[in-house]
Design a binder for this molecule. Structure first.
Ligand SMILES: *[C@@H]1O[C@H](CO)[C@@H](O)[C@H](O)[C@H]1NC(C)=O
Length: 395
């Protein structure tokens, strides 16, 4: 039956009214993202493809006075640096980074590690720097300098580290990415290593970060979705000595920078959402040459005993707030240990130190029965945003 024009108009109006509310709903549900993320990346690309006339952009990166925040600025070099020695020192205004009093605000940036720049691409560089003060003493936040000394002292033991950095993706309003604005997603269970739009929140960021790290030359060795939705993990290692911290901080910087492009924020807070949601940590694997050799389990056990004696000292060193941040996470629930107790166990996720089961029980090749009594131990308590140079030095 043909509808009269008047009737059709009413239908259209009805349709309009019907559609409107749902559009509003979409607007409300839209994630809080930064406005610079909405700028056209295609237009930007046009400029990024321009030749750079033999010049090299070097982005210097350093840790600010909070001990966890990162800062960066760029300078032009008229040559391509091939090693860290080729890079000039630089300075910055420490009074704007919580690092110096206004009267003596110059701080110096000492290049410490160089990576390829995955954002501006070759031949441009990312340069991780140590910070020293106007009097050339290390800044309070410069934990690398002591860590490096210790690593050099024990280099004959060939210390290896692997670190598992957990993080949470947040909107610019601090609300976890993809969570309903007035409520919570379904309870934990399906998200860890999950796949599917209802389980993996923000995979684009994880993929972009992974590839950018590989391009940069960061020794990233894997990623996975974590227990809480919008929580992810990347792993870096195995790295020898001081390289561990350099590669982990570079990976953190790249993550912040990737999130900036997408208009969201990466949080390393150890307990971003209070209550029945998993926190975020930075499990650390550690071994020495002796531990990796035949009979190494004995060395592992001895080192665990020594760690136990200094537990509270270590806990204080594992986050920028002297252990307070980590106390929110290490409750003894949600696969964590209790912050006040030191514990160690085979394959125990609730322990401070876990000896992986395969170290304890795997049959050795060539032996009929026996134990693979060598390998590494895993520290499960360092906090997510620790300057793990402390965790390293403590190991
Ligand atoms: C740490 O050790 C565990 C085994 O306990 C392993 O599955 C994991 O890949 C290691 N991570 C790193 C970053 O080395």
């Amino acid at each position: 039956m043909r509808t009269a024009p008047g009737r059709r108009l009413i239908n259209v109006a009805f349709l309009f009214l019907f559609l409107r509310p749902s559009r509003c709903v979409i607007a409300v549900v839209k994630m809080a993202t930064s406005c610079s993320a909405d700028l056209s990346k295609t237009v930007k690309q046009q400029y990024m493809e321009l030749p750079q006339g033999g010049m090299v952009q070097a982005m210097y990166i350093w840790i600010d006075g909070t001990g966890e925040g990162l800062r960066c600025k760029t300078r032009t070099l008229d040559f391509e640096p091939k090693s860290i020695e080729d890079l000039p020192e630089w300075n910055f205004d420490g009074s704007s980074t919580y690092q110096a009093e206004g009267s003596n605000s110059d701080m110096y940036l000492i290049p410490a590690a160089m990576f390829r720049d995955p954002f501006r691409k070759d031949p441009n560089k990312l340069v991780l720097c140590e910070v020293i003060k106007y009097n050339r003493k290390p800044a309070e936040t410069n934990l690398r300098i002591t860590c490096k000394k210790i690593m050099d002292m024990v280099s004959d033991q060939v210390p290896w580290f692997g670190m598992e950095q957990e993080y949470t993706i947040l909107g610019t309003d601090g609300h976890p990415f993809g969570w309903p604005s007035n409520g919570f997603p379904g309870p934990q269970g399906p998200y860890y290593c999950g796949v599917g739009a209802d389980k993996a929140y923000g995979r684009d960021i994880v993929e972009a970060h992974y590839r950018a790290c590989l391009y940069a030359g960061v020794q990233i060795c894997g990623t996975n979705a974590e227990v809480m939705p919008a929580q992810w993990e990347f792993q870096v290692g195995p790295c020898e000595g001081i390289n561990m911290g350099d590669h982990l901080w570079a990976a953190r910087f790249i993550l912040h920078r990737v999130c900036e492009d997408f208009g969201v924020v990466a949080s390393f807070d150890p307990k971003p959402i209070p209550g029945n949601w998993n926190g975020a940590g930075c499990h650390t694997n550690f071994s020495t040459k002796e531990m990796r050799e035949e009979g190494g389990l004995k060395a592992i056990e001895e080192s665990i005993e020594r760690l136990g004696k200094r537990h509270s000292y270590h806990i204080r060193a594992y986050d920028p707030k002297g252990g307070l941040d980590n106390a929110r996470r290490l409750t003894g629930h949600h696969e964590t240990s209790n912050i006040h107790e030191f514990s160690a166990g085979v394959a125990n996720r609730g322990a401070s130190i876990r000896i992986p089961r395969n170290v304890e029980t795997l049959p050795l090749p060539g032996k009929r029965r026996g134990r693979l009594d060598k390998g590494w131990r895993e520290g499960c308590w360092p906090c997510c945003h620790d300057d793990h140079r402390n965790a390293q030095a403590g190991s």
